[in-house]
Structures are given as structure tokens and as C-alpha cells.
Design a protein around this ligand. Sequence first.
Ligand code: GDP
Length: 425
Amino acid sequence: MVTAIVGANWGDEGKGKITDMLAETSDIIIRFQGGANAGHTIINNYGKFALHTLPSGVFYDHTVSIIGNGVALDIPKLFHEIEDIISKGVPRPKILVSDRAQMVMPYHVLLDSYEEARLAGKSFGSTKSGIAPFYSDKYAKIGFQVSELFDEEASLKEKIERVITQKNVLLEHLYQKPLLTVDEVYDTLMEYKKMVEPYVCDVSSFLYQAVKEGKNILLEGQLGSMKDPDHGIYPMVTSSSTLAAYGAIGAGIPPYEIKRIVTVVKAYSSAVGAGEFVSEIFGSEAEELRNRGGDGGEYGATTGRPRRMGWFDCVATRYGCRIQGTTDVAFTVLDVLGYLDEIPVCVGYEIDGEVTKEFPVTTKLKKAKPVYKVLPGWKSEIRGITKYEELPENCRNYIEFIEKEIGFPITMVSNGPGRHEIIYR
Ligand code: GDP
């Protein structure tokens, strides 16, 4: 069976933990979109890891970890991530990289940082990992697939020349930076070839067989619904689809095989980068939630920058779950809220004097003001509790209130960062 694990919000919902947990009973875990721009934090018996490219199943020896064709593959980052986990005692994982995945080129990273610098105060808050220039080139049909590393030298050089002619115009005239040469780019690609060669595979063919054999397959999403380029808060989105549906494309499996869509929802809100965030909070209130949040505070796994904080947003989450096609909600990081006397929950948006529960397009979202309902806190530590009925009454009320508002079943409640800190309902 194929299960997708995706986020309903702005990312950082705890998808890594849920994937790591479900991977225990899975055969294959696939990354199907995004690049090394976001990170999953995972805590297990080997230690604490921030994964950026590897799927969150690499810690098991019974799983195959796959980088699908939809990923923005940064080969040196993948290589270093593999070496890093091995150096910390994790057995060498079985990894397959799609021969159709495209590569983040060194100039994508450069162009990303030059553009962010040029936009200055109006920047997107990119992690400068080259993701936007990468996907632009992919769809402009001037990207490089992994398979091209194994092409004839002459034809690869001819393509490099064609592509960098365009890049050099930007480098020279828009950014006033050093120019690229064919030999330099070619040599870099040959380094990449050595790093990736052991893993390259026809992934969709491998998965076709695996689906036929009834293997348990996980599709691991990055970021969340709000960051989807079509259905999110455009233009403050990422450059590849963050939706479960895209899992079929970014891995190469039939869409009807995705039977379960586990949407991960955090018990409060956080966001990185710029963009609309209606239930955002500020000052000491935000500071306290940020410091207590996640595991060791809400700071970016890739950049270390402080995340923006907010109360739970039922409007955004209901929409985020709907657009994912949610079958199950995994409700995470609930333990963190145990310090609050009262917990505001955003139940509507006021736009031009009218209250709505429908998540609007960006132009209207800019005007939205949060409408809050304040719920009583439970003022206690809930880590270590393993049965739903043993959670404090106000805590269950919080979960059940949110479940009713969002309209999708919360089947898992995560009350700690560890693999087994989970309550099934
Ligand atoms: P992802 O990108 O969606 O995987 O999310 P991140 O890894 O960026 O953020 C989730 C953070 O919360 C990580 O540091 C996790 O270890 C932590 N985490 C996940 N679930 C829980 C939970 O139930 N309780 C607590 N306290 N931390 C959690």
C-alpha cells in the first residue's frame, strides 16, 4: 500500500518524526519533491539528525530510501548527508536515485543568493539553496537530468555551453559577478557523477514492481499546503508541489495507488520565510512559544533562523487538509502547549467586515484578521502518556474542538519528539 505523509500548513509540522515512525513497518520511503531547502529533524536511538535530502527512513536496515524524479537533487549535499549519518553509526542505507531526477547546479545556488540580495527588503526569504532557479530551468527545459552525466562528453559540453551562455548574460549584466566556463561546469558534473553513480536507478520501474508485490511504500512530502505553488499563498510559496497528489508524479507511480494520506498538523502554528500568516503572534508571547516549541525551540533545521510563531489556525488547516486529500490527521507537538492557562485558536478570518471560514486567495488573505476562540489550557506535562483517555480533559477538548473545526479525523496524537511518543485513537 502507498501512504503519503504531507503537511497541512507552512511546513515544520513534524513530518520527519511521523515518517520515521511509520517507516518502522514500511519497505520503501520516497522523497518526491523539493530539495535540500527544508529539513526534517529526527530523534532516534542513533542520536539527533537534521535531514535535508535523504528520506526519513534511512535509519532502518529493512528499508530502501529513494530520491524520486520530482526532487531538486543537490548531489554534494546528498553525498555528505550519507557520509554524515554513517559516521554517526547508522548502517549504510540502501539508497536509489532516479535517473530522471534533475540536478541542482552550482549556478542555481549562486543565482538564488544573488537574486535574494538584489531584491533586498522585498526578498522571498529563500534558503538560497538554488530551488527556485532549479525549477525555473527544469520547466524552461534547460535543466540537467542525472542520466545526462552518463552521456557523451561532446554532447554534454554542447548543452552546457548553450545553457551557460544565457546564465552569463545575467551574471554579467544583472548581478555583475564572475562568469561561468564550460570546462568548469563540466568538471563539476564529473565530480557529481562519481558521487551519485552507485545509486542511480530506473526508479519508476523499480516501484512498478514493488507496488505489484504489495510492498508498503511511504511518500514523504516537504513543507506543507500553504507553500504549494498552485494552492498555497502564491507567490510566497516553494517551487514544487507540496501536495500528496504530486507524489504520484514525483515518484512515478499511478495516482490511484495512494490509498492513505496522512496529513501532519501541528498543535500551534509556525512559518519560515515571508508571506501571509493570519494567526501570527509577536513579542514575548511568540518568544515563549518559540523557545518551548518543537524539540529545543522553533528554529529552522536548515538555516537556524527563528521561525515565525502563531496560534492554531482552523481556517488554514481545514483548507490545507482538504487540498491534500487527507484520510488521517497526525496532530503533533501537543505537549508543548502544557504551559498555557488559556489557548487561543483562530476559527475564522475577518475580511472587509465579514467573517469567513473559507481560506481565501492571497489578495484577500492580506486583509484577513484572525477571529479567536479561547480554550482553557491543561497546565500539565502530557509526555509519557500512551492512552488517549489518560490525557487531561482540557487537552482532549482541545484536540476534539480542532478535529470538529477542521473536519478530518485526528487518528494520531504526538506528545513528544521521540519515535514512540504517539497516541493512536
Ligand atoms: P518537518 O520538516 O515537518 O519534519 O518538521 P521539523 O523537523 O522541522 O520540526 C518538527 C520539530 O518538532 C522537530 O524538532 C521534531 O523533533 C519535533 N517534534 C515532532 N513531533 C513532536 C512532538 O510531538 N512533540 C515535541 N515536543 N516535538 C516534536
